[in-house]
Design a protein around this ligand. Structure first.
Ligand SMILES: [Zn+2]
Length: 115
């Protein structure tokens, strides 16, 4: 693989769907088109930024999807050490029986070290 001096930066949105939905819908497709247009528009005057034109879908109504909510901050998280992770969610792991994102896990360690 040829290395390039570039970084792929990803952001994500969460879209409410019908419980039975497991494929694309015109509403979802419209939301994705608007998201892609926003990404293209925001950086259109910077030649050093290029859209990948790629869109990833991670279905949270799929039982194999690896996600949860951080016990402290309640953000959606994914455990990167396990299969089927969602890389646009913050990494998390079980710490003494509690699912914590990396940031909250760090804050708990810092707070414990100060006491
Ligand atoms: Zn958290």
């Amino acid at each position: 693989m040829t290395l390039e001096n570039k970084v792929v930066v990803s952001a994500a949105i969460v879209v409410d769907i019908e419980p039975s939905e497991d494929g694309s819908s015109s509403r979802l497709e419209s939301i994705v088109r608007r998201l892609q247009a926003a990404v293209d528009s925001v950086h259109s005057d910077d030649p050093g930024v290029a859209s990948t034109g790629c869109t990833a879908y991670d279905w949270l109504n799929d039982s194999d999807t690896n996600f949860g909510r951080c016990a402290d901050c309640r953000r959606l998280v994914s455990n990167y050490d396990k299969p089927n992770q969602i890389r646009t969610l913050i990494d998390a792991r079980i710490v003494y029986g509690t699912l914590l994102c990396d940031e909250c896990s760090y804050l708990r360690r810092e707070t414990a070290a100060e006491s």
